[in-house]
Design a protein around this ligand. Structure first.
Ligand code: FAD
Length: 354
């Protein structure tokens, strides 16, 4: 059970952004409390990396490291400096008055905080194809940048599903490794920007099949067997065929875990939290956002960790300023109505690194 005590800062989430923020805040002796979630948003505590095997692009691990192992190490590091980790999901928040109120699952009384860091992440959309569960991470991936370089894809036919900029970008990235890359587009045209579409269509190793969907992933029947093919269907003619494919990359979007912040925290049309560029500031002073929940472009462990660091440093500064205001103005400082900051601030957008 969580304590109903007030915390200086509460972190919601448990991926690289949340734990990096926790390490910085606990080392700054701010006693952060981190709600890691209990299968929140359908993902285990530790975040998206717990759903993958080897992570080869996180600095410091020249031989790669297992996704869960990396997240266990981050959790241990957060705890080492005094972060209190609570294995509950935050179900509801009230960020409209101070102190901020957060309701952990199964609890009637809210916990309160002077500052909140939202690091609830995102989840890659899946298509629910026949064979998808069996070959997930055994040929199927939702991240070309993360997985494209692994040996099972080298000089092999690969498929990307999606028609937007991400699909085009991922296909051209994968063309470095695969023998050829086929992009399956459900509609008769690409949604990607003109420039990206032109580059993709002209790429010597990429081909686009329009009006085509995948229906089933096929492959080795043994335990942990790899995918080797894909059944596809032309949606106009109904014609079906089986194609050779050793890799299948979904580029059909991600869903940020932001439902409980709707109407209070400013978001873009895809429900990513908007932050002031180059910072973790949301439209509410004292509420910060880090990681994939506010980054629809890079979506990497290292960029999430970097933005977790930014959020921690900004929360620390905010708390110090609050404290000095309280000393000057008396004890009312924490009770004032929330102070939106976007009215006179610069334009907000969903990626602090842009
Ligand atoms: P996430 O990792 O998304 O974690 C957020 C956590 O918050 C989740 O555990 C969720 O349950 C929890 N949460 C959500 N809502 C609540 C709530 N209300 N209360 C409490 N907790 C909540 N990146 C790389 O750099 N290299 C790779 O090799 C790589 N491989 C990947 C492989 C796969 C299969 C996937 C899906 C992603 C991969 N990524 C990789 C991307 C990387 O995992 C993400 O960019 C990164 O994990 C995002 O971190 P985050 O801190 O924003 O949050």
């Amino acid at each position: 059970m969580s304590s109903s005590k007030h915390s200086k800062v509460i972190i919601i989430g448990s991926g690289p952004a949340a734990h990096t923020a926790a390490v910085y805040l606990s080392r700054a002796e701010l006693q952060p409390v981190l709600y890691e979630g209990m299968l929140a948003n359908g993902i285990a505590a530790g975040g998206q990396l717990t759903t993958t095997t080897d992570v080869e692009n996180y600095p410091g691990f020249p031989g790669g490291i297992g996704g869960s192992e990396l997240m266990d190490a981050m959790r241990t590091q957060s705890e080492r400096f005094g972060t209190k980790i609570i294995s509950e999901t935050i179900e509801k928040v009230d960020l409209t008055s101070r102190p901020f109120k957060l309701w952990p699952e199964y609890e009637e009384e809210p916990v309160t905080a002077s500052a909140v860091i939202i690091a609830t992440g995102a989840s890659a959309r899946r298509l629910g194809l026949k064979g998808e569960d069996k070959y997930w991470q055994n040929g199927i991936s939702a991240c070309a940048v993360c997985d494209g370089a692994v040996p099972i894809f080298r000089k092999k036919p690969l498929v990307v599903i999606g028609g937007g900029d991400s699909a085009a970008e991922e296909a051209m990235f994968l063309a470095k490794y695969g023998s050829e890359v086929t992009v399956l587009v459900r509609k008769g045209a690409l949604r990607a920007s003109k420039t990206m579409a032109k580059r993709l269509l002209a790429h010597p190793k990429c081909k686009v099949r329009f009006n085509t969907v995948a229906t089933e992933v096929t492959g080795e029947e043994k335990a942990n067997g790899l995918m080797t093919g894909l059944k596809i269907k032309n949606v106009e003619t109904g014609e079906e065929e089986h194609m050779e494919a050793n890799g299948l990359f979904y580029a059909v979007g991600h869903d940020p875990a932001t439902a409980m912040f709707k109407g209070v925290i400013d978001m873009d049309s895809e429900n990513y939290i908007l932050t002031k560029p180059g910072t973790s500031y949301t439209n509410i002073e004292g509420v910060f956002a880090a990681g994939d929940v506010q980054d629809k472009r890079y979506r990497q462990a290292i960029t999430s960790a970097g933005s977790g660091c930014i959020a921690a440093l900004e929360a620390e500064k905010y708390l110090a300023e609050q404290e000095s205001e309280e000393v000057t103005d008396g004890p009312e400082g924490d009770n004032q109505a929330s102070k939106p900051v976007n009215g006179d601030g610069p334009e907000y957008r969903s990626n602090p690194l842009l």
